[in-house]
Design a protein. Sequence first.
Length: 72
Amino acid sequence: MNDHTPGHELGIVRGLHGAREGMNPGDEAPPGTPDTGENICPDCGGTGRRAGGECPTCGGTGKIIEAIGGAG
Ligand SMILES: [Zn+2]
């Protein structure tokens, strides 16, 4: 039963389409995903900087990808 297990690096976050490439921690979906859109990063207010450094939530972009609507 010891076939190639991905180990601890993979298999942690397998959201949506299984790809988090190019995503930041604050993103809810990869860019280009339907029903999502850019929004100002709530943590840095769109500056991309926090505490004298790069905002970890948006990766310094000042923007995040957010799921839109649906509920309503
Ligand atoms: Zn930010």
